[in-house]
Design a protein around this ligand. Structure first.
Ligand code: SDX
Length: 434
């Protein structure tokens, strides 16, 4: 494991047997106990169903300090990237490990932009869906189908093909996402305009119509670009782990990203941004906030405060703070004063953060808490919120997939289990079953 070093050992004592396991230290964060030889040496497995204490890989892409609320990509804090960089630079950084020079950035942007169009036959895929199909269902289907159209970039052993497939995925996600939206509202698909920036092109394909001139607001384009940065990558979250596990079998990158999209859709993960707006609409007024806080605390009530809590952050999600600031900028640009959903969300946050239950369990707003309010104000339907998350997270998924594929020690992921079923028993013929 490059970038790490063995640092001491731990003893595992069972009866008269002592097993010594190496401790490995990375650049930052907790040390790990290397248990790769544990089963061979002890005949035991470890047990960690939700991976709460398990490192599934080593990675140099993103680091999160959940206690301090710190998120860094290749060593750069998310706050600095959101304020001073742009999404194309962050894509370059995630994929290649360094911020680009102006020449590198210009070439990378050109290379990505070159791939924004879809194979024309893929348009037929959209027509097979009902108009009211959830756009995430369309994303899973169409992205998975890309492997049927881009055979020239599915040989994962070829670094050049891995790079082309990576660029195609980053470039085509906005086109596919915009088409999913257009299909749902019965408007014609809008082709990409490669004179525009990544975020501008997405807004153009989503909101322009052939019959009128569409004027892109620089403030909204900047906000869209920043929202993409905030969602770009996040260590070994559920959907990234899905992409890695799918990729570990040698599946092509388009199929792996389709698997990641499917996992992200869940309300406990990327689907939370849509669920937050649904929850705020259900709460309806500030007066009802205490009723829902009570529900969230009730062990017998499955209701959870969507957009709150996180497996890793036991402090404020740094992305949520930037998102809240972006919310003010977008609402101000759109001339929306006193947006009721924002006022409700802020009151909900204030009450929750003062409540003993949320304090004790260290539940803070996460990236999904404010994003939906911004996206709704920008004109996106709630069903598109997770699509935008998937659009932005594609670069993270692809960067993590490439990191895994470049690892000479890469092997198929195949967890074991604690078996709790029946011990061996003889078959009972049908005639003898009561
Ligand atoms: C994302 O992993 C990532 O990095 C994901 C992500 C990324 O960028 O990829 O950051 C994006 O998915 C953000 C999370 C979006 N999801 C939500 O907002 C849904 C609401 N949040 C929860 O479902 C929950 O907080 C999770 C799923 C996010 C985290 O769950 P964990 O780590 O498994 O924690 P847990 O369920 O064990 O909760 C610990 C305790 C429990 O109480 P006890 O059983 O200990 O008594 O906190 C409670 C939970 O009941 N709890 C909540 C709560 N979240 C946790 N109670 C009320 N409301 C909540 N939102």
């Amino acid at each position: 494991m490059s970038g790490s070093k063995t640092n001491g050992t731990v003893q595992l004592n069972e009866g008269s047997t002592n097993t010594e396991l190496p401790m490995v230290e990375g650049t930052l964060g907790p040390k790990v106990i290397d248990i790769r030889k544990l089963y061979a040496q002890t005949g035991h497995f470890t047990y960690d169903p939700g991976f709460t204490s398990t490192a599934s890989c080593d990675s140099a892409i993103t680091y999160i300090d959940g206690d301090e609320g710190i998120l860094m990509h290749r060593g750069y804090k998310i706050e600095e990237l959101a304020a001073q960089s742009d999404f194309m630079e962050v894509c370059y950084l995630l994929l290649k490990g360094e911020l680009p020079t102006s020449e590198e950035k210009a070439k990378f942007t050109k290379d990505i932009t070159y791939h924004t169009m879809l194979h024309e036959q893929l348009i037929q895929f959209f027509r097979g869906f009902r108009r009211d199909a959830h756009p995430m269902a369309i994303m899973v289907g169409v992205v998975g189908a890309l492997s049927a159209f881009y055979h020239d970039s599915t040989d994962i052993a070829d670094p050049h093909q891995r790079m082309i497939a990576s660029y195609r995925l980053i470039a085509k996600m906005p086109t596919i996402a915009a088409m999913a939206y257009k299909y749902s509202v019965g408007q014609p698909f809008i082709y990409p305009n490669n004179e525009l920036s990544y975020a501008e092109n997405f807004l153009h394909m989503t909101f322009s119509v052939p019959a009128e001139t569409y004027k892109i607001s620089p403030t909204l384009a900047r906000a869209m670009d920043r929202i993409f940065i905030l969602h770009a990558d996040h260590e070994q979250n559920a959907s990234t782990s899905t992409v890695r596990l799918a990729g570990s079998s040698g599946a092509n990158p388009f199929a792996c990203i389709a698997a990641g999209i499917a996992c992200l859709w869940g309300p406990a993960h990327g689907g939370a941004n849509e669920a937050v707006l649904t929850m705020l609409e259900e709460i309806g007024s500030v007066e009802r906030v205490p009723e829902f806080i009570k529900k969230a605390k009730d062990k017998n009530d499955p209701f959870r405060l969507m957009g709150f809590g996180h497996r890793v952050y036991k402090n404020y999600d740094p992305r949520a703070k930037v998102m809240q600031q972006t919310c003010y900028e977008v609402l101000d640009e759109l001339g929306i004063k006193d947006e009721p959903m924002l006022k409700l969300a802020m009151e909900l946050e204030r009450i929750a953060l003062e409540d003993e239950y949320f304090i004790e369990k260290k539940l803070f707003p996460n990236v999904d808490f404010y994003s939906g309010i911004i996206l709704k104000a920008m004109g996106f339907p709630t069903s598109m919120f997770t699509v935008l998350f998937a659009l932005a997270r594609t670069v993270g998924w692809v960067a993590q997939w490439n990191e895994m594929m470049e690892d000479p020690g890469q092997k198929i992921g195949r967890p074991r289990q604690l078996y709790t079923g029946k011990a061996q028993r003889p078959f009972v013929p049908l005639v003898k079953r009561k």
